[in-house]
Design a protein around this ligand. Sequence first.
Ligand SMILES: [Mg+2]
Length: 361
Amino acid sequence: MPPKVELIPIRVPMTEPFRISSGSVDTKESILVRIEDDGLIAWGEASPMSGAFYSIDTPESTLAFLREEAIPRWESAGHPGPAFVSEQLQDSEGNRFAWAGFEGALWDFRLQREGRSFSDEFGGETKPIESGLAVGIYPTIEKLVERCHHYLMEGYKRLKIKIEPGWDVEPLKAIRSEFPTLPLMVDANAAYRREHFSLLEALDEFDLMMIEQPLAAEDLKGHADLQSRIGTPICLDESAESPARVRKAIELGSCRIVNIKIQRVGGLSAAKAIHDLCAQEGIANWMGTMPELGIASLHALYMATLPNCLYPTDVESSARWFQEDIVEPPIEVKGGMIQLPPEHTKRPMVDEERVERWRMA
Ligand SMILES: [Mg+2]
């Protein structure tokens, strides 16, 4: 019997809307990839945001690509292992979320069969992982400060706020006066242009850990110019779409930090390659999230134990964003730290009842 691959689109309500400079969304959709073979069941998660504001990949385009392209190609290649995805990434552009979800399932299958864990392949020393709080853009500064107080009670190790032109200096002044010593960073999601350089220079006074993706994803040269003018380290996120792009950014001096997102780069193998490259070049990393549900979040947590992941991860408690996660137990932040539950130390444990509950008709 050939392996059975099932694509399961699911939709989970979010506890609050996820809002960035380009748009917002209030449900989380993922395409789960379930492979069954030889009595083993393996899972992956392709996790683009709904709508097209976050990336050009949507749940619909990702599902269609998996169904019509990725899986037929894999079947005609004779059901190879996860290296198949690395080869495809070199020969084709786009559909990174789809490939990340498929590769996750292929790795899960391979590792189960070999009796190894994700940490054996992609992780470092098993240890508690620092988690940082990320808050979106709010209608008022009062609401932003109130939300920060609310969530920081849970002990997160740093705060990240989203900024955009017109929502930057004033909210930062308010946050800094409320939390003078809190490790603080900002994420602009590419909302600024070169005419904003003097404004971005003014952010140095807030003693930020980093400013994440101030300029457009393709503007590596602009980031290099800006980095030479500001003391705050620039962290690339949207620009860091492949090992080759990251190499180019490092050569140009566009950043001092790189946020690694497994979904954006097309899977764990590409993410690990970026980590290893940055480690070699003295560029720090941390593991970002979009955010994803539990399978993909756990993949990020395995990698967050790698030695060059030097800043807190964006992975938060499952309950922070989702009414219910599909892994059991859910991810939990305690005192600002995530300790992987023993159930998930080898691989993500998926609750199939919950998958059924949130499966889209
Ligand atoms: Mg970001």
